[in-house]
Every structure is written in C-alpha cells, then in structure tokens.
Design a protein around this ligand. Structure first.
Ligand code: CA
Length: 227
C-alpha cells in the first residue's frame, strides 16, 4: 500500500512542487498551508511520515511536532528549516523530529530523506558497512579494521562513515564540510585536510584497508585496496 505523507508547508510554490513530486513517486500526499489545520488532520492519524515546515502560520511547526509527540503519534517527522537558523534545527530535533532539511534544498534530497526515514521506521536498516578489511558497525558507531576497533574521534568517525556511505564516489570538500558541520557553522576546510590526513594514517599499513585518494581540485574518494 502506498505510504501517506502529511505535508505542512505554507510556501505555495514549494508545496505544489513537493505534492507533484511525491505523488509521482507513488506517495499519497495531504498538503496543508498552516499549522493549525495540518495538526487537526495529523491528530486523526493515518499517515506514515510528516514533512513539516517550522515557519508556518497559525501554529508554528515546532508546536505541531510537540503536539504530535504528546499525542503519542510516533511516525517519522522531517522538519524543514531556514538554512541560517541552526538553533531551530536543534529545537525541532529536541521536540521529537527525526531529521531536518535546511532550505533551500534539492527536491531529490527531500525524497531521499523521506525514503530513508520510512525504511528506518520499518526496521529495514543496514547495521554495518564494509569495504575490504574496514567495517563500520552503525549501531555501535565503531569502525573495525582487520577486526580491531579503531580509535577515532567523533569527527573522524563521522567523516569515515560518510566516505563509506559514498565509497567510490568523489566527494568535494564542500560536500564533506556540509555533512560534518551542519549543526555548528565552523566550516574551515583546512580541518577536512587535517582529518583526512589522520584517517589515512590510521588506515595505512592494515592489509585490505581501503585508501583515501585525493583528486586534486575535486575532492576525495574512498577506494578498495589494490592488493
Ligand atoms: Ca514557511
């Protein structure tokens, strides 16, 4: 059966684009332009995921999220925030949202997030990623190299996880900075170089370990070991 999406977005253009795209992808979408009528509909239940803009007339998105959680509705909720206001994202996640997307975003990114949240809600989540002798246990958030836990800082782990998720693809420094620094704003790209250098050292010497390649001017790529 098709999944039902509750979409609360007051920007008419964006709401229309999302309605069209989500419907094209096989979702049944209920769209509302304000928080009060959206919440009324949402409290009736019968939806599988909520996409909720935080800046809504009549009732702010944050209040909608809180009210849904207070009512015991536990479907995944994706909030839409203004790019500049990271404190909103934190407040939204604290209120019980599962994920956020900062505006402006690519419409395909929203579809990808919706799909991922629904898969997670159904328990269809991979518990590990591996490439050669490197394995990441996503539940434990620990990377293993030749079966041994790697000592990694939080940022090293995040970066390695992102490289593994995108193994074989070229990632620009700005992709990496977007991923690492979404919540805090410090976007010094030298930090990426430093972290890459440290990860390389930690992977070096292990047999079957993937290698981090530098593609001058383009970015980085995680590749299986040659040997
Ligand atoms: Ca808005």
């Amino acid at each position: 059966m098709a999944d039902r999406v509750l979409l609360l977005e007051d920007d008419e253009t964006l709401r229309g684009q999302l309605l069209t795209l989500l419907s094209d992808r096989g979702y049944i979408v209920d769209g509302y332009a304000d928080g009060a009528s959206g919440l009324d509909r949402a409290l009736e239940g019968h939806f599988d995921i909520g996409v909720i803009d935080l800046g809504l007339p009549k009732k702010p998105g944050l209040e909608v999220v809180k009210a849904l959680r207070a009512a015991g509705i536990d479907v995944p909720l994706l909030i839409l925030t203004a790019r500049t206001d990271w404190s909103d994202k934190v407040a939204g996640l604290d209120a019980g949202a599962d994920d956020y997307l900062a505006k402006p975003f690519h419409l395909e990114e929203l579809i990808a997030r919706v799909n991922a949240l629904l898969r997670r809600a159904r328990g269809e989540v991979r518990s590990s990623l591996s490439l050669g002798s490197l394995e990441i246990n996503l539940r434990e958030q620990i990377a293993y190299l030749e079966g041994q836990a790697m000592p990694l800082t939080t940022y090293e782990y995040k970066l390695l996880h992102f490289l593994m998720m995108n193994a074989g693809q070229t990632l620009s420094k700005s992709d990496l900075a977007d991923y690492l620094y979404d919540l805090d704003g410090d976007r010094d790209s030298n930090v990426i170089e430093v972290l890459m250098g440290r990860l390389r050292k930690k992977l070096a010497g292990a047999s079957g370990a993937p290698a981090i390649e530098t593609l001058r001017g383009r970015g980085y790529r995680l590749c299986p070991s040659e040997g």
